[in-house]
Design a protein around this ligand. Structure first.
Ligand code: ADP
Ligand code: ADP
Length: 237
């Protein structure tokens, strides 16, 4: 489980993006972050994996405070966190299989022959994941041959290949049409439920959040202004 306490972020420019945010995400819960542009949603997600350095506060994943780690320790702990991005961040010229296997490394290797060194069980597992996201017939295609929805499915499979304890998902459907967006959200929520995997999803689309999230946290000017089930969300939130 993830437990954030008193998280504050002030950028060098003087912009305060988070003002003492505290938030617990229990195992298996899928939480949607909503709020107007500039509310601090991306900053919150990026602080959790330390793409952005928190100014103060703690970020406990299990019993480790991610906010207090040095670089070497952080690299190890980041493997516990799966990231899914708006723009998929796939390596265009690599196959789906290779993209998913790169999730096992926790980083992308441009040295292709490295992928050949993966043990059979990693390859087997990558097949299973690509099957689970509905892409088993495309494993040898290059990423640049796919549609947006297919690419996000690869993004999901790659994050899972890491066997993460937490998923951080940054606007996963922002580049997709409404129908594909719903398919991707359905897949994501099903997979989290199957694996009892907690997820924090930055979701700009409120109707989509209401349809798929178990819990919604509304941010405004760096503070939590709503926290509850989608059914409690009113127009003003
Ligand atoms: P959201 O994801 O909700 O749109 P952000 O976390 O991107 O919000 O931004 C929150 C605030 O922090 C905004 O005022 C934004 O301008 C500021 N901000 C975000 N990233 C940076 C940065 N790298 N440097 C300075 N200010 C930033
Ligand atoms: P998002 O869709 O995540 O809110 P933005 O378009 O606000 O993204 O920001 C794009 C990039 O610019 C991000 O890396 C963000 O951290 C950075 N950024 C946002 N606001 C500022 C700012 N005021 N000063 C510097 N960088 C910023």
């Amino acid at each position: 489980m993830l437990r954030i306490e008193g998280l504050t972020k002030t950028y060098k420019t003087g912009d305060t993006a988070l003002r003492g945010v505290s938030l617990e995400v229990p195992t298996g819960q899928i939480l949607g972050l909503i709020g107007p542009s500039g509310a601090g949603k991306s900053t919150l997600i990026r602080c959790v994996n330390r793409l952005v350095e928190p100014s103060s506060g703690s970020i406990m994943l299990g019993d480790i405070d991610l906010a207090g780690l040095n670089r070497a320790e952080l690299r190890r702990q980041r493997r516990r966190i799966g990231m899914i991005f708006q723009e998929y961040a796939l390596v265009e010229r690599l196959t789906l299989m290779e993209n998913v296997l790169s999730g096992r490394l926790g980083y992308v290797s441009f040295w292709r022959s490295l992928l050949r060194r993966f043990p059979g069980k990693d390859i087997q597992r990558a097949y299973q994941l690509l099957d689970r996201v509905g892409l088993i017939d495309h494993v040898d295609k290059r990423a640049d041959a796919l549609s947006g929805g297919q690419r996000q499915r690869v993004g999901i499979a790659r994050a899972l290949a890491q066997e993460p304890e937490l998923l951080l998902v940054d606007e996963p459907t922002a580049s997709l049409d409404p129908k594909t967006s719903r398919q991707i959200m359905r897949l994501l929520t099903e997979i989290c439920a199957e694996r009892d995997l907690p997820a924090v999803v930055n979701i700009h689309d409120v109707p989509l959040a209401k349809q798929f999230m178990q819990r919604i946290v509304g941010l405004r000017a760096g503070e939590i202004v709503f926290d509850g089930p989608p059914s409690d969300l009113t127009e003003s939130a």
